[in-house]
Design a protein around this ligand. Structure first.
Ligand code: ZN
Length: 241
C-alpha cells in the first residue's frame, strides 16, 4: 500500500511553482489514499488560484477528487482571460503599491493597504468586498477565505500590469480614478481648486479633476509624460470599453 502513486503533468505556466523533479511529463507522486487532488497539487507548489482544470485519465474532476493508485493527472493553468461573476475588482498586498497606482491610473477598482494588516485581514477583506486578491505570497493565496486570488508572476511593475490585464481583461477607463486612494474623479473648475494647485499650474493647464473621496486635485500636464506612456501602452494592448 505505501507504494501507491499517481503520475502528474503540470502545464508550462505552473512549472515555476513546482520542484525540478515534478516538472517533467508524468512525474511520479506518492499518494496516501485520503488526500484530495487539490491538496496533492498544492503540496507540490501551485496555489489552487492558478489551477484552471484537473484531468484524471482524461476526465475532468473537481479538486475534491481523491486520487487512487495508477491515475494519470494533468493540471491545467487558469485560462486567460479568467471569467469572474462581475467586473473585476482587486485587493493588493503591501508589496504591490506601484501596481496598485498603475491599475488606478487605468481606472480599475483597486484597493491597497500601504501598511501590512496581515494575511487574515486581507483574506477577510477580499471575501467581504468580493475583490480578487493579488499577491506574490503563495501562503496568502492558499487561504480558503479569499473570494478569488491570483499570483503576480513578476517583481517588475510593468510586467505585473501586463500580467493582471491579460489575466482578467478589466475594462480600462484611464484618468477616472484617484491614484492615491482609489476614489472616483469628477471634473472640477480651476477656481474651485485654486488653493490646492502648485503655483503656475492654474495658469498653464486647463483639464482639472478632483477626487470625490480625498480631495486630491488632478490636471494634465507635461510632467505626466511617464504616466501617459503607461496609459497609451495599456490601451494599445488591451483597449478601452
Ligand atoms: Zn483620492
Amino acid at each position: 500500500m505505501d507504494s501507491s502513486g499517481i503520475t502528474i503533468t503540470f502545464a508550462p505556466d505552473l512549472q515555476v511553482f513546482v520542484s525540478a523533479r515534478h516538472r517533467g511529463e508524468r512525474a511520479s507522486v506518492r499518494i496516501d489514499g485520503t488526500s484530495t487532488i487539490g491538496h496533492v497539487v498544492e503540496s507540490l507548489g501551485p496555489p489552487l488560484t492558478e489551477v484552471g482544470g484537473l484531468l484524471v485519465d482524461g476526465e475532468r474532476v473537481a479538486v475534491s477528487h481523491i486520487p487512487s493508485d495508477g491515475e494519470d493527472v494533468v493540471v491545467h493553468a487558469v485560462p486567460r482571460p479568467q471569467q469572474l461573476p462581475g467586473p473585476p475588482r482587486f485587493l493588493l498586498d503591501v508589496h504591490l503599491g506601484t501596481l496598485a497606482r498603475r491599475l488606478r491610473l487605468l481606472g480599475v477598482d483597486t484597493a491597497y493597504e500601504s501598511v501590512d494588516i496581515g494575511d487574515p485581514a486581507l483574506a477577510a477583506r477580499s471575501a467581504a468586498e468580493q475583490r480578487v486578491m493579488l499577491s506574490r505570497d503563495r501562503g496568502l493565496l492558499r487561504r480558503r477565505e479569499i473570494w478569488a486570488g491570483a499570483y503576480v508572476y513578476s517583481h517588475r511593475p510593468a510586467e505585473q500590469l501586463t500580467d493582471v490585464l491579460s489575466r482578467f481583461a478589466p475594462r480600462l477607463a484611464p484618468w477616472t480614478r484617484c491614484t492615491a486612494c482609489n476614489g472616483v474623479l469628477h471634473a472640477a473648475s480651476k477656481s474651485s481648486l485654486q488653493d490646492r494647485l502648485p503655483s503656475g499650474t492654474a495658469r498653464s493647464f486647463d483639464v482639472f479633476a478632483q477626487c470625490g473621496d480625498c480631495g486630491q486635485a488632478y490636471w494634465r500636464g507635461a510632467h505626466h509624460a511617464r504616466l501617459d506612456a503607461i496609459v497609451d501602452e495599456a490601451v494599445r494592448a488591451f483597449g478601452t470599453a
